[in-house]
Each structure stands twice: as structure tokens, then as C-alpha cells.
Design a binder for this molecule. Structure first.
Ligand SMILES: Nc1ncnc2c1ncn2[C@@H]1O[C@H](COP(=O)(O)OP(=O)(O)OP(=O)(O)O)[C@@H](O)[C@H]1O
Ligand SMILES: [Mg+2]
Length: 278
């Protein structure tokens, strides 16, 4: 990155001495559809510090995916500032954006976004085609082994379960050793057992490898496994709370819905209609 793109920005530091790897300030996003303007984000500021595991919650249409796309440098905000690992994202052109995405960020989506008729091994090699491709096959295999798919290297997506497909997508996201993982409802299409497996992988990558993780979910029980919960509503952050004693994936039974919702409301001091968690 050129020096002028670093400017004189100094990343904020939290009370544990961790540097902000994501720093957005007063971000807005307005989608234009013909004459109609749709404000999807109305001034959002957020700092995510190295090694944090954050969940973003909020009702449908509250701007979660929009925010994740901006955080992932897949889209530019309408206004506001974004520093990604110290780099001023607004100043980057398309090829620089692509480069920073490839180097720093791994994405995981609800619908896996795997290529059909492509083996697990090959899917995971793809991000490595972009940079220097040394040891491509070996690195892809190691990533697949780390998500427990060492014995499925030559399977096509339609020869894998949903949970296994999502694990291929996670292997693809981590093969480049990104600083940050961004995931949009990664457990949304999975049954509860596969969802737990996937959650466990995210939690281990965060705790053992220190990968900063931002995780969009509708599910308060899933959010309860992260360290910090952000609540969006109508394009604004309405709550930002530390999760006391995050659950360890696979060790806690899902409570009945009522007590779960009650717990989340209590912890976030946020009175929302239950539709917020549909
Ligand atoms: N490409 C787009 N063009 C126009 N409007 C959009 C576009 N993407 C999102 N929107 C609108 O912006 C608002 C926020 O959408 P967003 O997808 O960020 O919500 P979300 O919180 O991810 O919802 P969900 O939980 O349903 O995934 C919505 O009103 C949506 O209709
Ligand atoms: Mg969404």
C-alpha cells in the first residue's frame, strides 16, 4: 500500500491494548433505485479490535448484510470513513480493494457459495491462484484438514452434507491466513448439529489462532457464543454489549426459546419486539 494511503491515521486501542483492525466512523449507505433512495445504514460507527469475536444481530432489513459488505470492502459506503488494518479504504481503487480483500479478509456466506462440479480441494485452492501460488495443493489440504475434511478432498459439493459444504467454504476463507473473517449467517442453512460444528470451528479459529471474526446471525443462541454483540435496527447500532461468559460451542444445550430471548434482552438492556429475532 502506498504511504499516502496510510495518512497519519492512528488506530484506536482498547483497554486490553488491542488495536482496532476495523474502524468505521459515521458510515452511511443509501441505495438508489430509480428516484427512490433507500437508507440502509444511517451513521454507524464501530471499532473491532484484534482477536475479537463479534456477532451482529438485528431484524431483517436492519442493514446487517450491507454493513458486512462494507466491512469486507465488497462495497463502498455513501459517506463516512473506514480504516481496515490502518488503511483508508475510501482511497482505494478497485484493484487495490480486490488485493486488500484477498490478503486480509475471508468471507463465509449463508448459502456456502461453492462452485458446482469442483472438488473441495480445488475450491480451497482458488484464493491461492490470485497471489503467489506456492504449495497451493498442500495449503488447501491443510485448511481442509483443519476443518475436519481431510477425507473429503475429492468430493463435489453435491457429494457433501450442508455442514460439510460450509466447512469447505470456511477452509476456502482461511487458506490465505486472513486477519479477519466475515460471515453472513453461516449457520442459517444448517440443522442444529451441523450449525454447532461450524460454530465450533469459528470459535476455535478465533481462540486458538486469534482470527478476528465478525458474524451476522439471527439466532440469539449463536450470538451467545461470541464475545460481543452488536444490535442493528433501521440502519443504526442500538446496542453494543460484551457477552458475559460466552458459551463454548457444543457444551451448552440450546435453551427453550422463551428463556433464551429473555436472556438476550436482559443482557443487552434492549427492549425489542420479538419479531427482532425471527
Ligand atoms: N442492492 C440493494 N439495492 C437496494 N436496496 C437494498 C440493496 N441491498 C439491501 N437493500 C435494502 O437495504 C436495507 C438493508 O438490507 P440488508 O440486506 O443489509 O438487511 P439485513 O439486515 O441483512 O436483512 P436480512 O436479515 O433479511 O438478511 C433493506 O431495506 C434492503 O431492502
Ligand atoms: Mg442479510
Amino acid at each position: 500500500m502506498k504511504a499516502d494511503k496510510k495518512t497519519d491515521y492512528v488506530a484506536p486501542v482498547d483497554d486490553r491494548g488491542r488495536k482496532a483492525v476495523i474502524d468505521i466512523r459515521d458510515i452511511t449507505k443509501v441505495y438508489k433505485m430509480g428516484d427512490i433512495e433507500i437508507p440502509a445504514l444511517r451513521g454507524v460507527s464501530l471499532q473491532v479490535y484484534e482477536g475479537e469475536f463479534i456477532s451482529i444481530m438485528g431484524p431483517s432489513g436492519s442493514g446487517k448484510s450491507t454493513m458486512l459488505q462494507i466491512l469486507g470492502a465488497l462495497d463502498q459506503p455513501t459517506s463516512g470513513e473506514y480504516y481496515l488494518d490502518g488503511v483508508n479504504v475510501a482511497k482505494l481503487n478497485d484493484s487495490e480493494l480486490a488485493a486488500i480483500r484477498n490478503r486480509k479478509i475471508g468471507f463465509v456466506f449463508q448459502s456456502f457459495n461453492l462452485l458446482k462440479r469442483t472438488t473441495a480441494q480445488r475450491q480451497v485452492e482458488l484464493p491461492l491462484l490470485y497471489g503467489n501460488g506456492r504449495d497451493r495443493a498442500k495449503r488447501a489440504r491443510a485448511a481442509l484438514e483443519s476443518v475436519g475434511l481431510g477425507s473429503r478432498l475429492n468430493h463435489m459439493p453435491n457429494e457433501l452434507s450442508g455442514g460439510q459444504q460450509q466447512r469447505v467454504a470456511i477452509a476456502r476463507a482461511i487458506v490465505n491466513n486472513p486477519a479477519i473473517i466475515l460471515a453472513d449467517e453461516p449457520t442459517g442453512n444448517l440443522d442444529s448439529r451441523s450449525g454447532t460444528e461450524v460454530l465450533k470451528i469459528f470459535q476455535e479459529m478465533n481462540r486458538e489462532n486469534g482470527i478476528t471474526t465478525v458474524f451476522v446471525t439471527h439466532d440469539p443462541f449463536v450470538a451467545r457464543h461470541t464475545d460481543r454483540m452488536i444490535m442493528l435496527r433501521d440502519g443504526e447500532i442500538v446496542a453494543d454489549k460484551v457477552v458475559p461468559d460466552p458459551y463454548i460451542a457444543g457444551t451448552v444445550e440450546r435453551p427453550s426459546e422463551a428463556s433464551e430471548l429473555e436472556g438476550v434482552f436482559r443482557e443487552t438492556y434492549y427492549e425489542a419486539p420479538t419479531e427482532a429475532f425471527n
